[in-house]
Design a protein around this ligand. Structure first.
Ligand SMILES: Nc1ncnc2c1ncn2[C@@H]1O[C@H](COP(=O)(O)OP(=O)(O)O)[C@@H](O)[C@H]1O
Ligand SMILES: [Mg+2]
Length: 234
């Protein structure tokens, strides 16, 4: 479904990603793990067209999308749930969700999708008329995911969905991602939460200081001695 080849990205000539090769198959859940500053957000922003690569290519469903504007990429079905949630705090929950269904292919299915989102996150249904700012951190993350789902993603990309959340809430978010994947959503997750991401991801990539230094099955990487020492403190 997604194929990233030899991707290089820089900020003002300072490399942020080097020679990235990465793929996601339909139906998969793939994690990219890495410390703060490794380049994870840069990767997602480049895939969704918010940043332009200096070289390399991004293919989605066999077609090149690098260089397309973000709107066109979203319209094809790549949807990013941004780091820090970026909900619209002074808008109601329901209006935040409506913003997710902005593009024509999603707008036509607004009602059905809304029902699905409320089934997945009943709390959002209960609070639909509340200002988004009044939700708890975990609920705001659910709203950010719900808004993403409203766009009818073929590929759902999530940036640090558990950052800043209490451990229990963070686990609930990861459980939700598992559920979404079981429902058929293809997911690309980037996260500093190495343990949970490796447990969740069928396959995973390790991004370190602009480069992918390791890849494999999530379960295998969890057993890897270097990973355990560097990221899990074991
Ligand atoms: N807008 C920007 N301008 C310049 N440098 C940036 C910008 N955004 C990120 N960077 C730098 O690029 C590197 C990768 O950042 P980022 O992709 O945000 O990493 P991560 O998401 O893994 O924490 C970091 O060194 C960061 O300081
Ligand atoms: Mg980031």
């Amino acid at each position: 479904m997604l194929k990233v080849s030899d991707l290089n990205v820089a900020y003002d000539h300072l490399p942020a990603l080097r020679e990235i090769v990465l793929g996601v198959e339909k139906g998969e859940i793939v994690s990219v793990i890495g410390s703060n500053g490794a380049g994870k957000t840069t990767l997602l922003k480049t895939i969704s067209g918010l940043l332009r690569p200096t070289s390399g290519s991004v293919l989605f469903e066999q077609e090149r999308i690098d260089g397309l504007p973000p709107l066109a990429i979203c319209q094809r079905g790549i949807v990013q749930v941004p780091e820090g949630r970026k909900i619209f705090p002074r808008m109601k929950v329901i209006d935040n969700l409506q913003m997710g269904a902005y593009l024509p292919r999603a707008k036509n299915h607004f009602r059905e999708t809304l029902e699905e989102v409320f089934n997945l996150f009943p709390i959002l249904g209960e609070r639909k008329k509340q200002m988004a700012a009044t939700l708890s951190g975990g609920e705001q993350q659910m709203l950010a995911i719900g808004r993403g789902l409203m766009a009818l993603p073929k590929l759902l990309m999530l940036d640090e969905p558990s950052l800043g959340l209490a451990p229990k809430t963070s686990q609930e978010i990861f459980q939700t991602l598992k559920k979404l994947n079981k429902k058929g959503f293809t997911i690309l997750l980037v996260s500093q939460d190495v343990l949970q991401s490796l447990k969740l991801g069928e396959r995973a990539y390790v991004l370190e200081n602009t480069r992918i230094v390791m890849e494999g099955k999530g379960a295998d990487l969890l057993q890897d001695q270097k990973i355990r020492e560097a990221y899990l403190g074991i």
